[in-house]
Design a protein around this ligand. Structure first.
Ligand SMILES: [Zn+2]
Length: 521
């Protein structure tokens, strides 16, 4: 079997045949950097990150280009409202977008072109479109004439004649037909502008994606991606400009669109003020949980992201983490020895079927939700076997090498979905404990004079020293409160005659507990 994807152009699920065998050239419409990054943006980022990881897993050499829109009406409006240069706005929100992407384990694109740095390329394109009769200038603006291109409307099904009836010309525009769209906009006072053959001005939004995708990927590249809210007019117009400019078809072979994140039935968006900023979500849930929630739903289905979904995602991520952690513990206990006994053979078979089922699901239009079902079957099988070992019914060595294969399969598959599993738990724990140290120091400065250290071990030692300080002055209420709050953060403290002993709490009852020094073998 090979990979099949839904192509918005044909409205069918098609087998993917790339322009060059073994290579995949992808262009994804990136962020307009004028406000904070929310979960709606990150769904698109995660969907195309999963597609990229899966293509790489399938052996493709991927070239991923994603633009940054840093010249746009909303950016200018925000800069004017704040009284700062547009650069200050774009720098701030591009960093916000990058931070959100890093946090959610989204790989940076290979090329991340910015509109403001590709003005000459856009001017060249517009010039050729005017020369070819596809565009016209009027009072310093330049418009694309949609009636000149017979294939206009092929992506969205919107036809020029119907558009002409429905659309209207805004005041200040000089279009011949309401459905025509701006390639170049005459400069207005106080706005960023560049010299062009039609006078000073700035490019329209659509032309940047044509100019930059053609520059880095060339005509007829493989996959053009973006949210389904971009199909019309943005992507329709990208096709029109590019195909008129190059005088060939197609601009892109496959058009892949992700559905929106919804909030009570409405699209999550800045303009509706119903969004959840990624930074806020990360304050409440580990990054893996948010990533899981966004990746677990098939990309063409609209999804609600609410408390219940994130809670479910947290449980799911925990199950996977437990399966991996238990496998690590058992493999450490077996110490490299193993007889390929019944338990081992069972796990090997489970690993094999999980790989097969996952690949089949992903080949079928990137069906992550049915792919995950295969993952959980494998995790359940692993947990069943490792539980038997932990309870003493089976010897650890009877489970290897099958357990090792199962662990590898689980790691490979979850990495395609972009889950970090093992490391993320530790990072989240470290952050919670660090936050606790900071607030304890604020609440009880007399107990905590020195600042805490950096590592988890140093910070826990720091908190425990403050707690001992409280006990020494017989302030047992405070000492107990500190212990409770440490438990809430994930650190369990036991008071032994030799002094307090601490360990990381298990994420649920089934997970083997680990000392700070690592899992017990
Ligand atoms: Zn675009």
């Amino acid at each position: 079997m090979s990979l099949r994807l839904h192509n918005t152009l044909s409205k069918r699920v098609e087998e993917v045949v790339t322009r060059e065998a073994g290579k995949a050239a992808i262009y994804v419409c990136g962020p307009t950097v004028y406000d904070v990054t929310h979960l709606g943006h990150m769904r698109a980022a995660v969907v195309f990150d999963v597609l990229r990881r899966y293509l790489e897993f399938r052996g493709y050499q991927v070239m991923h280009v994603q633009n940054v829109t840093d010249v746009e009406d909303k950016i200018i409006a925000r800069a004017q409202a704040e009284g700062v240069p547009t650069d200050a706005i774009t720098a701030r929100y591009l960093e916000d977008y990058r931070q959100a992407s890093r946090a959610l384990n989204v790989m940076p694109p290979h090329v991340e072109p910015r509109a403001s740095q590709h003005i000459p390329e856009m001017i060249e394109m517009i010039k050729k479109l005017v020369e070819g009769g596809y565009a016209y200038s009027a009072e310093g603006d330049v418009y694309f004439d949609v009636s000149r291109l017979p294939q206009y409307g092929k992506l969205s099904g919107q036809l020029p004649a119907e558009l002409r009836a429905g659309a209207r010309v805004e005041p200040g525009e000089h279009k011949r037909h309401p459905a025509d769209f701006a390639l170049w906009k005459r400069a207005k006072p106080g706005e960023p502008s560049w010299d062009g053959p039609w006078g000073r001005g700035r490019p329209g939004w659509h032309i940047e994606c044509s100019a930059m995708s053609l520059k880095y990927l060339g005509m007829g590249f493989d996959i053009h991606g973006g949210g389904d809210d971009l199909i019309f007019p943005h992507h329709e117009n990208e096709i029109a400009q590019s195909e008129a400019y190059a005088a060939t078809q197609p601009f892109a072979r496959y058009w892949v669109h992700n559905a929106m994140v919804m909030v009570r039935g409405e699209k999550m968006s800045k303009s509706l003020h119903n969004y959840i900023a990624v930074a806020d979500a990360l304050g409440r849930f580990p990054a893996d949980v948010i990533r899981y929630a966004l990746a677990a739903v098939h990309y063409r289905k609209p999804m609600e992201v609410d408390e219940a979904r994130l809670q479910d995602a947290a449980k799911a991520v925990d199950r996977l983490r437990i399966a991996l952690a238990s496998a690590e513990t058992i493999l450490a206990r077996a110490g490299g020895r193993g007889t390929d006994g019944p338990a081992s053979r069972l796990l090997r078979k489970a690993a094999e079927s999980a790989r097969t089922a996952f690949t089949a699901a992903m080949d079928d239009d990137l069906n992550t939700s049915s792919g995950l079902a295969a993952v959980f079957e494998l995790a359940a099988e692993m947990n069943r076997v490792t539980d038997q070992v932990l309870k003493g019914g089976t010897d650890a060595t009877e489970t290897t090498p099958g357990l090792r294969e199962a662990r590898e399969a689980l790691r490979t598959i979850t990495a395609i979905l972009g889950l970090r599993l093992e490391s993320a738990g530790d990072e989240d724990l470290a952050r919670r404990v660090r936050d606790l140290a900071v607030s304890l120091r604020q609440e009880a400065a007399h107990l905590f004079s020195e600042p805490p250290g950096q590592t988890l071990d140093e910070i826990v030692t720091f908190i425990l020293a403050g707690r001992e300080q409280a006990r020494a002055t017989r302030d047992f209420a405070t000492a107990d409160r500190i212990r409770t709050r440490m438990a809430e953060a994930g650190i369990l403290v036991e008071d032994l005659p030799t002094g307090p002993k601490w360990r990381i709490a298990s994420t649920d009852g089934r997970r083997p507990t680990a000392d700070a020094s690592g899992p017990r073998a």
